[in-house]
Design a binder for this molecule. Sequence first.
Ligand SMILES: N[C@@H](CCC(=O)N[C@@H](CS)C(=O)NCC(=O)O)C(=O)O
Length: 212
Amino acid sequence: MAKVTLYGTPNSRATRVLWALKELGVDYENIPWDFRKGETNTPEYLAMNPMPTLPTLKDGNVIVHESCAINLHLARTYPGGNLPKLNDKEMSEATQWSFWSMWNVERHSTEIMMHRAFLPEAQRDPAAADRAIAALQRPLKAIDGLLSKQQFLLGDKFTIADLNMAAISGTLLRFNVDLSSFPHFKAWLDTCRARPAQIAAAELQAAAAKAA
Ligand SMILES: N[C@@H](CCC(=O)N[C@@H](CS)C(=O)NCC(=O)O)C(=O)O
């Protein structure tokens, strides 16, 4: 029997969790429910996550939603595979960078994605995407500065902190956001996203998108 169950089509933020599961080598089952088909709007799903959003993870009697929180849970509970075991200080820092990424990067990258692709054409506002790109400049400058001094967010090793931030930052590549002013961030992002576990998760996402 699989150790954990991940609810969410790979064609969603569940991909982030698939990346972590593959890095850690945790045995999992994926139930590919899709919000686009109303599959998360059922009493069964809403009992696990009061929002009909993906993903959600069930690990024994622990149920966690929010992709970055799921990944931190997995890294803490199943250290191993390709990810180093973190001590308490490092886990606090990984939590910090995960929250940081959601507020400083994902908030804006989601806006870009909505206004460049996901909203019905009549509702898209190119100026909103431009404002989101402008808002990204300050956090990207900060993280570029940090990564000019060290290889990864916590120092010299790839950790769940890098995974969460690089998973979130993938949207910037997808929508061709100009990263030329942030060469250290771009190099770090390319390194993270070249990892075999990320490539495997991205393949699952592409297959799910194709089948949809
Ligand atoms: N911050 C949440 C975002 C969850 C989320 O919005 N997921 C999208 C799929 S990528 C969703 O389920 N959207 C459906 C909806 O908003 O109704 C996370 O990282 O897990």
